[in-house]
Design a protein around this ligand. Structure first.
Ligand code: FAD
Length: 437
């Protein structure tokens, strides 16, 4: 009895602490700092760690996986060739994800007439990302928003981040801007692009359950009914889809369009309005297709899905003509055949598919700022015109761009990303640029 009372007294004891702002900042050093833990940032971080580099991966969101996990974008697009043998365009972590989630029954392949996409379970992907980050020895810091970027001439020296636990400063040799909004390049004072002709719309994704999968209408039938009856349900968009995920008896619904501005108040309020649109989309599905959706409920809302906001000015500005022509750049780092998918009007989007044998490429120049020696941009924030970007920002090429960033920074070491041996890079990226089996 005496022993127990003593240990109780110990566990009730306290110590007095005081805010000493001088000691609040946490300093982290790494070879490579990846800002943004979406699919392109994850790919960059994992590939860099596998190359033996010391990697720190940060994200403003309190979790890893970016939009692939938290906005429930739901399918891997742009990962397969459209032709007869439908080979895989991108390997690296794409192989691991397809293998590991496939083994869990957490994938569903959709072989459309002109392209193959892969539906994934976002919970399984989330855990895959977390486990892989741990296994690769990557230091992750989430809930960490970029506050300041310090440059010295053409090099980024460190980034300061604000977290709920205090400030963090990360010094690194190389940086990857995987923020989707070019937040790192922007804060470094580098020139950036925004769409000149009004917004590119985002979407509020939802997953619905208690559906009757065999009666879910085709995409064409759904779109026809939306055009006819959408106004009755106060829906702004006149197209979209509900993809069934048979293994879990759910459907992924993408029927909304909302602006995703870079203003903090407008971004938040638009996100809330996006959820109201999603609720009305469910009412539409229930009302118009009662056999398929009469009992449907929303199982989860994603965070607002953001397509294209702000991106870097690069060494190369990828154009829609280069995409249409399938221009093969000598410094190509990624490829896809995904259609132009430009969400530039509220009722719908431009959808421009390509022939079966078409392939288009992303050059390294679109990932590099001419004014920075140790920065590589990936994913949604590389340099392209709005239409070209709309076809190369899907997840297949995002994974390839992440891998390219890791190799470029590895090859650059403490030198410049502009002076690496491009032949060595091409050799290393063979699987993502040349391989066709
Ligand atoms: C609604 C919608 C549906 C889509 N559907 C598909 C689909 O079916 N298939 C497909 O392949 N693609 C789809 N896409 C496109 C695709 O999802 C994205 O383009 C892709 O996921 C982008 O990945 P990313 O890594 O570049 O960016 P993101 O996934 O957006 O990751 C960027 C990360 O950076 C972080 N970040 C941003 N700013 C800061 C900052 N200042 N400080 C710290 N961290 C920051 C964010 O929190 C985020 O986690 C869709 C997109 C949307 C919006």
């Amino acid at each position: 009895m005496k022993t127990r009372r003593n240990s109780e007294r110990l566990s009730y004891s306290t110590r007095v602490v005081r805010n000493d702002s001088l000691n609040m900042k946490k300093y982290v050093k790494a070879d490579i700092c990846v800002v943004g833990a979406g699919i392109s940032g994850i790919s960059a971080a994992v590939e860099a760690a596998r190359l033996g580099l010391d990697v720190v991966l940060v994200d403003g969101f309190p979790g890893l996986g970016g939009q692939a996990v938290h906005s429930i974008v739901g399918t891997f697009c742009g990962l397969y060739h459209h032709g007869e043998n439908r080979y895989q365009f991108t390997h690296g972590i794409a192989d691991d994800i397809l293998h590991d989630l496939g083994a869990q029954g957490a994938l569903h392949y959709r072989h459309g007439p002109s392209y193959t996409t892969v539906l994934y379970d976002e919970v399984a992907l989330s855990r895959w990302v977390e486990r892989t980050v741990l296994d690769c020895g990557i230091t992750a810091i989430v809930g960490a928003v970029l506050r300041e970027v310090k440059t010295d001439g053409r090099r980024i020296c460190f980034v300061d981040l604000a977290t709920r636990y205090g400030e963090v400063r990360i010094c690194a040799n190389g940086f990857v801007d995987a923020t989707g909004d070019a937040a790192l390049a922007w804060l470094a004072g580098l020139p950036c692009r925004e769409p000149a002709r009004g917004p590119i719309y985002g979407s509020q994704m939802i997953v619905i359950e208690s559906i009757a999968p065999e009666y879910v209408p085709s995409r064409e039938e759904l779109a026809a009914r939306l055009r006819e009856k959408g106004a009755k349900y106060n829906l702004v968009r006149r197209d979209g889809f509900a993809f069934v995920f048979p293994q879990r008896g759910t459907a992924l619904v993408n029927l909304t369009h909302m602006e995703t501005p870079l203003d903090p108040v407008d971004a938040t309020m638009n996100g809330l309005r996006g959820k109201e649109q999603a609720d009305r989309a469910l009412e539409f599905l229930k009302g118009e297709f009662p056999v398929a959706f009469g009992n449907a409920r929303i199982r989860s809302y994603g965070f607002p899905g953001i397509r294209q906001t702000r991106w870097i000015v690069g060494v190369h500005h990828l154009t829609v003509d280069e995409v249409r022509a399938g221009k093969r750049f000598p410094d190509a780092v990624a490829r896809t055949a995904w259609p132009i998918e430009l969400h530039d009007h509220i009722e719908g989007y431009i959808w421009e598919p390509f022939d079966d044998d078409h392939v288009h490429y992303v050059p390294l120049g679109s990932l590099l700022s001419p004014d920075a020696d140790n920065l590589v941009a990936v994913g949604r924030c590389i340099d392209a015109d709005a239409a070209a970007l709309s076809s190369v920002r899907v997840m297949g090429p995002c994974i390839a761009m992440g891998a390219a960033a890791a190799h470029v920074l590895h090859l650059a070491g403490s030198g410049s990303v502009h002076e690496i041996d491009k032949n060595v890079l091409q050799h290393r990226l063979y699987d993502n640029v040349v391989r066709t089996d």
